[in-house]
Each structure stands twice: as structure tokens, then as C-alpha cells.
Write a protein that binds this ligand. Structure first.
Ligand code: B1M
Length: 214
């Protein structure tokens, strides 16, 4: 039994095996970060490279994603169980036109693990849905995820709509963006308040906004 076996099972799209192997590693006390990064996420990176190279296609990419999701479900309780007092409320979603949700789900789990109240709007979320959810839940932060290059203009549109709502609709939220096509420079360019490279950093950055009094 090893983390390598988890990686291999993802590469073979063996969803049930992934769940069982992750559970076995968790039971054996293996570091969750190691299971996550070396077993699950690493495999998806290689799947992505093979997709780019044309050696596998969307159905295989989807089966690998489902296998990873099965592993994440086993890890979820370890990431989200907490007694920490809520630092604030975060609205999270993948922007319009983009259906990728594994990274977003991971970000959500880490927010929950840090005690934040999380409203996860899912994928393919349009700007108005983010704004309405923030208003209804008195949120401090809206976090946008996107994996496609075409998600970048959608993020820009969404951030612009939120900034306008901050000025005209009695909203007071900070916007954070993340995902492989974006970076800090892009975040600044579109007027977002922050960019976070990964899930733990997103939590630290959100905490910093709250501590700074938003
Ligand atoms: Co898609 N896909 N996909 N895909 N897919 C990519 C993204 C791609 C890079 C693959 C490739 O070509 N190498 C490519 C995008 C190219 C581009 O635009 N530049 C691509 C493509 C082209 C497509 C389709 C267009 C394919 C097609 O239909 N021809 C299609 C688009 C569908 C749509 O969205 N409209 C598509 C579909 C799919 C599947 C449905 C099959 C599946 C997604 C299933 C799902 O999510 N439930 C899928 C998958 C699995 C991938 C890859 C292989 C893996 C993505 C992933 O989950 N990574 C991906 C290649 C790759 O990334 N290596 C690829 C693991 C995840 C943990 O990482 O999401 O980056 P990530 O999250 C990280 C950080 O980015 C950060 O934290 C996380 C880590 O801690 N982060 C945030 C993420 N969001 C954040 C938000 C924050 C902060 C940090 O807020 C503050």
C-alpha cells in the first residue's frame, strides 16, 4: 500500500480503488497533504498533459476527475472538521462557462476547515448570482475560480459587476481570484482585490482581508 498506488489507480480511472486506497492511507496515518498532492493532484496534472498531447480525450479526463473526486470525499472530513469560530462568510464559485470544480471544491474545503461560513455556488456561475448570494448572506469575500483561458474575460466581467455593486447596491465585499490561467498581475489588471495560488493560500489571504477589517 502506498500513495503511488493512489496515483496509479487515478491513471487507470479506478474510482472505487481510489476511494479504498485513500481510506487505507488515511487509516495508516499518511499525511493528507501527501495523499492529496502526490496521489491525486499529480495524476490530474499528468492527465492534463496527455490531453494536451492528444494521447487521451475528454471521456478519460472526466473519468480521472471522478476518481479524484472519490478520493477527495474520503479526505473531506479531515479538512473541514473544526471548532474554530467563523472568521467570516465566503461566496465561492467557478465563473460562467467553466465547469471545472475540483480545485474550487478543495478551496471550499479549506475555507470550511478554517471555520469560514462557505456558500458554494458551484460551476458556471454568472455575475449576478455571486452578487445576490453575497447580499443574502452578508458575505465579506467572493472567491472566483476558473481553469479555462476563456474564463479570464468572464472573471473580469464578474469582478467589474461586483465592484459596481459595491458602489451602488450597498455591498461591501472583496474579490479573490484563482486557477491556473490567472496570476497576481491579472488580478490587479481586472481590479480584483487578491489572487491566491492554491487553496491554503486562499484561506490565509481571506483571513488577512478580515483582519484588515475589509
Ligand atoms: Co479540462 N481543461 N476541459 N476538464 N481539465 C484543463 C483545465 C486543461 C488545462 C487541459 C489541457 O489542455 N492540458 C484545458 C484548458 C486549456 C485552456 O483553456 N488554457 C482544459 C480543457 C481544454 C477542457 C475542455 C474545453 C475540453 C473539451 O471539451 N474539449 C472542457 C471544458 C468544459 C468547460 O468547463 N466548459 C474540459 C472539461 C474537463 C472535464 C469535465 C473532463 C474535467 C473537469 C471535471 C471537474 O472539474 N469536475 C477536466 C479536467 C479534470 C481537467 C484537468 C485535467 C484537471 C483540472 C483539475 O481539476 N486540476 C486540467 C488540466 C490540469 O489542470 N492539469 C484541464 C486539479 C485541481 C486541484 O487544480 O483547479 O488548478 P486547480 O486548483 C488549484 C489552484 O488552481 C487553486 O487551488 C487549487 C489547488 O489548491 N485554485 C484557486 C483553483 N481555484 C481557485 C480559486 C481561488 C483560489 C485558488 O479563489 C480565491
Amino acid at each position: 500500500m502506498s500513495v503511488q498506488e493512489i496515483y496509479d489507480a487515478v491513471m487507470e480511472y479506478e474510482e472505487e480503488d481510489v476511494a479504498e486506497l485513500v481510506q487505507a492511507e488515511v487509516d495508516a496515518g499518511t499525511d493528507v497533504e501527501k495523499i492529496l498532492n502526490e496521489g491525486l493532484i499529480n495524476a490530474l496534472d499528468v492527465i492534463g498533459e496527455k490531453f494536451s498531447a492528444g494521447t487521451l480525450f475528454v471521456p478519460e479526463m472526466l473519468m480521472a476527475a471522478e476518481a479524484v473526486q472519490a478520493g477527495l470525499e474520503i479526505i473531506r472530513p479531515l479538512l473541514v472538521d473544526t471548532d474554530i469560530k467563523s472568521p467570516g462568510t465566503v461566496i465561492l464559485g467557478t465563473v460562467k462557462g467553466d465547469l471545472h470544480d475540483i480545485g474550487k471544491n478543495l478551496v471550499g474545503m479549506m475555507f470550511e476547515g478554517a471555520g469560514f461560513k462557505l456558500i458554494d455556488l458551484g460551476t458556471d456561475v454568472d455575475p449576478e448570482q455571486f452578487i445576490t448570494a453575497a447580499q443574502e448572506n452578508d458575505a465579506q469575500i467572493i472567491a472566483l475560480s476558473g481553469l479555462l483561458t476563456t474564463s479570464m474575460p468572464e472573471m473580469e466581467k464578474t469582478v467589474a459587476a461586483i465592484r459596481k455593486a459595491n458602489e451602488t447596491r450597498n455591498l461591501n465585499v472583496k474579490t479573490m481570484v484563482g486557477g491556473p490561467p490567472v496570476n497576481a498581475e491579472f488580478a490587479t489588471k481586472i481590479g480584483a482585490d487578491g489572487y491566491s495560488v492554491d487553496a491554503p493560500t486562499a484561506v490565509d489571504d481571506a483571513r488577512a482581508f478580515i483582519v484588515a477589517g475589509i
